[in-house]
Design a protein around this ligand. Structure first.
Ligand code: PYC
Length: 328
């Protein structure tokens, strides 16, 4: 077999509450600098096969989220980051940010304390605590619309809120399903149908769906099931999803500023969320999510063009026509 045709890609893998993150430390494409929002466009339009090579099978899986380190334009930031998954790029990623901070600490690049990171939807402020846990003060979050009812084929009417927490969510509290790991297939099918109905009935921006139910751990406030854009479910409580939930709780007056909200994932792993008001009249909050991550592997990905699955196994429609070589 011929040798890998591009330099190896150095990655560090971690999981945050069960949800994996793969940070690309070196060997990724040069996106040309500038604001991360601009760099992510270059990544999306010219380097989609790199995205797929890193997170899709046979090197990755549908659930894996990638994080490419890029130079920040904001000098106050320690790094810029482009998040991506099995189907495209992500605005922000809470579990991924926690994984990234733990990864950089593992590499000796970050010490405990505050570190700002530039994402494509804004700057987030992270705090690496002495015990290894990480808090993320996320981008401004808000509820856009409350009590939207959509007609879902095979299910019937479903009512939820639409909220922004760094990604767009449809949040459903009234539903017939038990939120247990054994129900994952049913939950995935239901939330996928709900997402399609929400998109078709006037909200094309929504790409995550959250179901909420009673907590199942002694200290939890709520359990959730979160469906991600590429149809994988989040093993963590979803940092951006918890931010969207906090925005709804704040808007409804169900959680006071500064109080803890313990959000359980479908696995039972937890994030602790709280918020401060940025603009009460407009319903704008700054959510902070705290969780832990563990490094699971450090490796070099080898990309060999002779390998028919070098760039990942991906649907035909996801192949942009003008992809740049990695060292462009
Ligand atoms: O933690 O924000 C998050 C997230 C988004 C998609 C998967 N995890």
């Amino acid at each position: 077999m011929s040798a890998a045709t591009t330099p190896a890609v150095h990655v560090v893998d971690s999981h945050t509450g069960g949800e994996p993150t793969r940070v690309v430390i070196s060997g990724g494409p040069d996106l040309g600098g500038g604001p991360v929002a601009q760099q992510i466009e270059v990544f999306r339009t010219r380097h989609d096969r790199f995205r797929s090579a890193v997170v899709n099978e046979p090197r990755g899986s549908d659930v894996l989220v990638g994080a490419l380190l890029v130079p920040p334009v904001d000098p106050a930031c320690a790094a810029g980051v482009v998040f991506f998954n099995n189907v495209g790029v992500l605005g922000m990623c809470g579990h991924g940010t926690i994984g990234l901070v733990v990864t950089l600490a593992h590499l000796g690049r970050l010490a405990p304390g505050e570190h700002r990171l530039e994402t494509c939807v804004g700057v987030v402020t992270t705090t690496l605590h002495p015990d290894g846990s990480v808090s993320v003060a996320n981008v401004a979050s808000h509820r856009k619309t409350t009590a939207v009812t959509v007609e879902v084929p095979g299910i019937g009417p479903v009512t939820g809120d639409i909220a922004w927490g760094g990604n767009w969510f449809f949040l459903v509290s009234q539903h017939p399903w038990a939120l247990n790991l054994g129900q994952v297939e049913t939950l995935t099918d239901a939330t996928w149908r709900i997402r399609q109905a929400v998109n078709a009935q006037g909200f094309p921006e929504v790409d995550h769906v959250e179901l909420f139910g009673p907590p199942q751990t002694p200290h939890g406030n709520s359990r959730s099931f979160v469906l991600c854009p590429g149809k994988a479910y989040d093993r963590s409580p979803c940092g951006t999803g918890t931010s969207a939930k906090l925005a709804c709780l704040a808007a409804d007056g169900k959680l006071t500023e500064g109080a803890d909200w313990i959000q359980e994932s479908i696995l039972g792993s937890t994030f602790t969320g709280r918020f401060r008001w940025l603009d009460r009249a407009r319903g704008l909050i700054e959510p902070t999510i705290t969780g832990t991550a563990f490094v699971t592997a450090e490796s070099r990905l080898l990309l060999n063009d002779a390998d028919p699955f070098c760039w990942g196994i991906r649907p035909p429609s996801s192949s942009p026509t003008s992809e740049a070589p990695i060292l462009s």
